[in-house]
Design a protein around this ligand. Structure first.
Ligand SMILES: [Zn+2]
Length: 231
C-alpha cells in the first residue's frame, strides 16, 4: 500500500469514527468555533470500541494520529458552512479506559507516548499566557514571519522570509497566538490511596499526558480529575 493510500485510509477511519460517535459534539463545536470552543474531545473508550487498531496506534504515535484525526474533522460534513480545519482533536480518558501507570513506573520508553498516570495534584500555578506561534515582523522590510514556539526560549526566525536578512525582528503581540497555560505538579498517591496491584479501582486523581517534550494543555474535570492532553 502506498503512503498516500494508507493516509487516506486512516483519515477515512477517523471520519467513520466521528460519524458514528461524535456527530452531535462536532455540531456543537461548529456552532461555537472558533471563539468559545476550539477542540473536539474524544474518549479513548469510544475510539477503542470503534477501531482498536487506531486507538492503540494513538497511544504510540499521538502526534501522527492526531494529525489524521484533525484532517478527518476538517472534512466532516457539516450542515453549516464552517471551516474546522484549525480545530484540535484531543484524546481524553474520563472513563478510565486506558491502563494507568504510577509516576514511579514512568520511564524513558514512554517518551512520545500518550499515557495515563495516576497521582495526586500537589501544586497548581496561576494561568500564564504562553506564546505558541510568534509573529515576527522584519524591521528592514516589514515582512511578517510566523515561528512556532517550543517550550523554553523564544524562537526567532533564522532569516526574514521577505528580504532573507537576519532581521532584526519585532514581535507583533496582537497577531501572535497565545495559549493560557497552567502548570500542575503531580505527585505519588499516598500509600493508603493506591489501588492494589491489578485492581481497576478508580483513582482520586488522574492525568492523561503526552510524555514528550511538547507542550501539554491541562483541563481540570470535575471531582479533582485533571485531564491533560496535547493541543
Ligand atoms: Zn525582511
Amino acid at each position: 500500500m502506498s503512503v498516500v493510500e494508507s493516509h487516506q485510509d486512516l483519515t477515512e477511519r477517523f471520519l467513520e469514527f466521528f460519524r458514528t460517535y461524535y456527530r452531535d459534539e462536532i455540531g456543537v463545536l461548529a456552532q461555537h468555533y472558533p471563539n468559545e470552543h476550539r477542540s473536539l474531545y474524544i474518549e479513548y473508550d469510544d475510539l477503542y470500541t470503534h477501531d482498536r487498531d487506531i486507538a492503540e496506534d494513538y497511544l504510540e504515535k499521538p502526534d501522527e494520529m492526531r494529525a489524521f484525526a484533525e484532517e478527518a474533522l476538517s472534512l466532516f460534513d457539516l450542515p453549516v458552512d464552517i471551516d474546522l480545519s484549525g480545530a484540535n482533536v484531543r484524546l481524553t480518558d474520563t472513563r478510565d479506559a486506558m491502563e494507568s501507570i504510577s509516576l514511579a513506573e514512568l520511564e524513558a520508553e514512554h517518551i512520545g507516548d500518550f499515557v495515563a498516570i495516576t497521582g495526586q495534584i500537589e501544586k497548581v500555578t496561576k494561568v500564564d499566557p504562553n506564546l505558541e506561534t510568534a509573529h515576527w515582523v522584519c524591521q528592514r522590510c516589514t515582512t511578517p514571519t510566523p515561528v512556532d514556539q517550543g517550550r523554553n526560549e523564544v524562537q526567532q526566525p533564522h532569516e526574514c522570509v521577505g528580504c532573507e536578512r537576519q532581521g532584526p525582528f519585532d514581535l507583533h503581540v496582537g497577531k501572535s497566538d497565545w495559549v493560557d497555560q497552567r502548570k500542575l505538579k503531580l505527585g505519588e498517591l499516598p500509600r493508603s490511596e493506591r489501588p492494589p496491584a491489578g485492581s481497576t479501582a478508580r483513582s482520586t486523581s488522574r492525568a492523561t499526558c503526552v510524555t514528550s517534550a511538547a507542550r501539554t494543555v491541562l483541563r481540570i474535570a470535575p471531582a479533582n480529575r485533571p485531564q491533560c492532553s496535547r493541543r
